[in-house]
Design a protein around this ligand. Structure first.
Ligand SMILES: Nc1ncnc2c1ncn2[C@@H]1O[C@H](COP(=O)(O)OP(=O)(O)OP(=O)(O)O)[C@@H](O)[C@H]1O
Length: 463
């Protein structure tokens, strides 16, 4: 077993004497055997080892286990950090405990400047993980299961025991007299994984005693296949998206076959929502595909967490919905000053003689007697209407103005509206002027309302 471990250590994991490893030591047979195997490596390849343990305090014997781990670290003179879990939630304990553990490991790696986290996952874990994923459903790539090595935090997470079954680890521990703690909860079937471990897998092993080996081989094949297809679909995605990957060109996308479209869309959503914990089911993917094919040219498809795929004619983007109430600060405009509205936008209103048109991207002129000061800048809200210039006092919904001008949905909530204290909408900035906008005259009894944007040229017709 030492020899097999050494081979994997050098070939599969690319680790050397200069590696600094943070070993996640739970005290169970797997990580205790892993520690032993690491220490048994010949000195010319043995890495520096630090230990980390999380005391979840979920079982009465937790504190005794923490003491056991401290003793081991003392005996071996290895640095150990322990963290206690203080606030377990009422539900979803398994996931919360895992998140807490890995968060702690990432912090320790950063502090210790250790580039490798090592855990004791083994071949029997692989079978459990794959069966659970298979039954739960989801993406086929997940059937690649636990990997030998993957990117983690500032470095990587490696599992050198993936070629050993749990039975082999027990044998080795017995032969080498390795002490370990037995997790009593493993015997109870209260957690999903334990149900698979204790009830389902024994039946599968009766069917085929080699099931763990078969499944590991299958998982590795899926991992390779998934690496190959990722390259193919990434190239395809690049062909149908803008340079930064944010805009998907519907026309080019629709030229691909349906199978390709499915995987391109999946990759695009995955990349665009990478920071969000959003899972898009296979069924939703098909629904989105149908909507892209048959939906309205200016419409949206709702995703979880207020995200949307927006379609504006032949352009698709993914954006979080901006709620009007969240983004509707009302900015009072102070006479003869520019009011900064965002990193790239300013609005101001000026006495005509104090206005320098060179500073503005666009502007309108109003008669002083027609409006009631002060003026305010805000975004649209439901029911907004304005009386259009040259329309004989006919008012029109702001929403309809946007529709007429084919303004994409995601731009509508960002547009600025100028209103006066009497709630009259004076200007839908860059999109539409109201009846209050007049031609400049020689008299001074006029104000100018001006907009400045750094976003290059104004893209809308200034009407
Ligand atoms: N409390 C802990 N403290 C330190 N390391 C731990 C702890 N629990 C688990 N580990 C590490 O994780 C490995 C796998 O443990 P276990 O099979 O119990 O985890 P799991 O339930 O499969 O969860 P996951 O795969 O998400 O870590 C252990 O061999 C050990 O390296």
């Amino acid at each position: 077993m030492n020899q097999r471990f050494k081979e994997n250590y050098e070939k599969k994991l690319n680790l050397t004497k200069d590696s600094h490893i943070l070993l996640a030591l739970s005290g169970g047979v797997d990580s205790m055997v892993l520690l032993h195997l690491l220490l048994n490596l010949p000195s010319h390849i043995r890495p520096s080892i630090s230990l980390a343990y999380v005391n979840h305090r979920l079982r009465p014997e937790s504190d005794a286990e923490a003491e056991f781990i401290k003793k081991i670290a003392d005996q071996l003179c290895l640095p150990l950090s322990i963290k206690e879990w203080k606030n377990p939630p009422d539900s979803g304990i398994e996931k919360a405990a895992r998140d807490f553990r890995y968060q702690f490991f990432a912090e320790r790696m950063e502090i210790l400047k250790a580039e490798t986290l090592m855990t004791g996952h083994h071949r029997s874990d692989q079978l459990e993980t794959l069966l659970m994923r298979f039954v739960r459903g989801g993406s086929w790539e997940r059937l690649g299961g636990i990997r030998w090595s993957q990117i983690f935090s500032p470095g990587c997470l490696v599992r050198p025991l993936l070629s050993f079954t749990k039975a082999e680890l027990y044998d080795y521990a017995q032969k080498e007299n390795i002490r370990f703690v037995e997790d009593a909860s493993n015997e109870e079937s209260e957690f999903t994984r334990n149900r698979f471990r204790n009830q389902i897998i024994p039946l599968l092993k009766e069917e085929n005693p080699q099931v763990e080996y078969q499944v590991q081989a299958l998982a590795e094949e899926i991992q390779s296949l998934s690496a190959v297809t990722e390259v193919i679909f990434s190239e395809k995605l690049t062909e149908v998206t803008s340079h930064d990957g944010k805009e998907l060109d519907r026309k080019l996308f629709m030229q691909e076959s349906e199978d390709y479209r499915y995987f391109i869309l999946k990759l695009w959503l995955f990349q665009e929502l990478a920071d969000q914990e959003i899972e898009i089911s296979n069924r939703s993917l098909w629904d989105i595909l149908r909507w892209i094919q048959e939906g309205q040219p200016n419409s949206r498809f709702n995703l979880p967490n207020a995200y949307n795929v927006f379609r504006s004619y032949e352009k698709l983007t993914i954006e979080k919905e901006v709620k009007l109430s969240d983004t509707n600060p009302v900015n009072e405009l102070v006479m003869n000053e520019w009011c900064r509205l965002s990193a790239s936008e300013s609005l101001g209103f000026f006495e005509k003689e104090k206005f320098d048109s060179a500073e503005a991207s666009c502007f309108i002129t109003v008669n002083r007697e027609d409006i009631d000061l002060p003026l305010f800048a805000r975004h649209r809200k439901d029911g907004d209407r304005m009386t259009l210039k040259g329309s004989l006092n006919q008012s029109k919904k702001i929403k309809d103005i946007f529709i007429d001008q084919k303004v994409p949905l995601e731009k509508r909530n960002h547009a600025w509206i100028i209103q006066d204290i009497s709630n009259r909408i004076i200007w839908l900035v860059t999109y539409k002027e109201s009846v209050y906008s007049v031609e400049p005259s020689r008299e001074d009894e006029q104000y100018v309302i001006a907009f400045h944007t750094k976003r290059g040229e104004l893209t809308n017709d200034y009407t």
